[in-house]
Ligand binder design. Structure first.
Ligand code: ADP
Ligand code: ASP
Ligand code: MG
Length: 437
């Protein structure tokens, strides 16, 4: 039996956390491969090392010195090393990295050094081998993971190491430069390692006792989800349940390796099991969880007889494609089509996009409603169960909240509602308390 463990930033934020992590790993001989994040926050207003590294990048871009900013990073690691009573001397590494940053190293390379250094410290502390992710995790030219090459080479490397620590968050491009996943991407590395070694389980250790039914920062004391399917997890994490990166299920999905989210600060808790599927007779709740995100706009396009105009939708989507913009949802009426888009990408080119849609479709009117939050109510128990939507909308209405958009996937795994951003926390609570007694 082999277990792969990933520890998040807060689990490795200081020496006390390192000690908890080591105790967890040493508690079971199967816990042989460990993926580490960069040191995270020790307290609410603390700064993650990854963010400190991004700051260094910005300073260099602005032609500012990085000495003070980089010294803070060195201090974080040296503090951990000293408090653990280790004799590790990372100065040559610091010097090399600082020199690279000053000489305009890439943004991703700079960000990746947080996990690189932390994994060296953890490997030294545990007496495990250090395997650099750049030797075993490969991206393709287009920036997506080269799954085949990664799996093949990583499997071969791991076979030579009984125990190892591998830094999360990054891999290497075909031209040898370092590339990171998006934020929170160490979860993906853990999944890649689990697949390469054909692990029996992938344990993802963090600072909460599992995936909770709602964001604990918005709903008081939400219940832990005991079991969740890959598909449900992806819906919830994509929609803002940030405890797990939404892409982390892909590497393990094919092999059906379960993921167990666990709490480094409460290792006795069972946490959440993420599994390929759950027998339908084991569904005991209608909803599995609720999550949401702010920062969306709805582009509403109206045109008489739109319903009979062949290719109308394609024209609209082509405009988005030309502007390199993804859409989130497409709720439509007979003569209206709405496109929900993410503000972060949309607002950069808003006027050009609207003009292009107008020019290409000759729409009667186009309006944009900004300030929208989306909430996803997710649950395998919703499929076929009657009255769920009714209860959901009633709960939102009783919270005196106006619904701006509704979308239900045909899989009946989720219902998505769009509301004004200021109603976000109120709506989450109304929904949670309707379904969780
Ligand atoms: P790590 O550094 O271990 O990767 P993250 O900060 O990425 O940890 O994820 C854990 C955090 O996710 C929790 O502390 C919590 O604030 C937040 N979170 C948001 N939604 C949820 C949810 N539904 N369940 C659990 N945690 C959630
Ligand atoms: N350290 C990276 C981040 O802060 C990756 C991770 O923690 O998973 O996003
Ligand atoms: Mg994370």
């Amino acid at each position: 039996m082999v277990k792969v463990l990933k520890f998040g930033g807060s689990s490795l934020a200081d020496a006390e956390q390192f000690k908890k992590v080591a105790a967890i790993i040493k508690a079971e001989p199967e816990r042989r491969y460990v993926v580490a994040s960069a040191p995270g926050k020790r307290f609410l207003d603390d700064i993650k090392v990854t963010d400190m590294l991004y700051d260094c990048y910005k300073l260099v871009k602005a032609n500012q010195p990085i000495d003070d900013a980089f010294k803070l990073i060195e201090d974080r690691y040296n503090g951990i090393i000293k408090d653990l009573g280790m004799k590790l001397w990372l100065q040559p590494e610091f010097d090399r990295i600082k020199n690279a940053i000053v000489h305009h190293a890439g943004r991703d390379y700079i960000a990746s050094r947080g996990e690189y250094l932390n994994s060296m410290v953890l490997a030294g502390y545990l007496g495990y081998d250090f395997i650099d992710a750049e030797d075993g995790i490969f991206f393709k030219e287009n920036g997506t993971l080269d799954e085949e090459k990664t799996n093949e080479e990583l499997t071969a490397i791991l076979a030579n190491h009984e125990h190892a620590v591998i830094p999360g968050f990054y891999g290497v491009m075909p031209n040898g430069t370092i590339k990171t996943f998006s934020r929170g991407g160490s979860d993906i590395t853990g999944s890649i390692v689990a697949r390469a070694i054909k692990a029996d389980i992938y344990e993802n250790w963090t600072d909460v006792s599992g995936m909770l039914m709602a964001d604990p920062r918005c709903v008081e004391n939400p219940k832990v989800i005991e079991t969740i399917t890959y598909a449900e997890l992806r819906e919830l994490s994509y929609m803002g349940a940030t405890v797990m990166h939404e892409d982390a299920i892909f590497p393990v999905r094919e092999m059906g390796i379960p993921i167990n989210i666990r709490n480094t600060n409460a290792p006795e808790d069972n946490g959440t099991m993420i599994v390929p599927s759950v027998e339908s007779n084991k569904v005991d709740t209608i909803i599995t969880g609720v999550a949401g995100k702010k920062g969306f706009s709805v582009i509403c396009i109206e045109k008489d007889m739109m319903n009979s105009e062949v290719g109308f939708g394609r024209t609209v989507l082509e405009v988005l494609e030309n502007h390199n913009l993804c859409f989130e949802h497409l709720p439509s009426g007979i003569d209206t089509m709405s496109v929900v888009v993410n503000d972060a990408d949309f607002l950069k080119n808003k006027d050009a996009i609207i003009n292009d849609i107008q020019r290409r479709t000759k729409a009667d009117s186009i309006t944009v409603n900004g300030g929208i939050a989306l909430i996803a109510v997710v649950g395998r128990g919703m499929a076929g169960s009657k009255g769920t939507a009714g209860r959901l909308f009633k709960a939102i209405a009783e919270g005196d909240i106006n619904i701006r958009m509704i979308d239900q996937g045909s899989s009946e795994l989720n219902i998505i509602v769009g509301i004004d951003e200021e109603d976000y926390v109120k709506a989450l609570n109304a929904i949670y308390h309707e379904f969780v007694k």
